[in-house]
Design a protein around this ligand. Structure first.
Ligand code: SF4
Ligand code: SF4
Length: 64
């Protein structure tokens, strides 16, 4: 099972909470939406998912 960081841009309101809590500086708000700046730094810790008030960022488990 592969884990992947997913952003739902329709739900993201660009508050930046997830970016503030990310311990690896993976995320940044660009034009009022959060974006992945450096995917390679992500440790899939789930902090962003836990802190987002809008369920707009989450870790998804994929089959491959
Ligand atoms: S899973 Fe952790 S390291 Fe990855 S973007 Fe979210 S808070 Fe940052
Ligand atoms: S915490 Fe949620 S709503 Fe706020 S910027 Fe991050 S993904 Fe978007």
């Amino acid at each position: 099972m592969v884990k992947k960081l997913v952003i739902n841009t329709e739900w993201c309101k660009g508050c930046g909470i997830c970016a503030a809590f990310c311990p690896k500086e993976v995320l940044a708000v660009v034009k009022e939406k959060v974006t992945i700046v450096d995917k390679s730094k992500c440790i899939l810790c789930g902090q962003c998912e836990q802190r987002c008030p809008d369920y707009a960022i989450y870790i998804k488990e994929c089959e491959e």
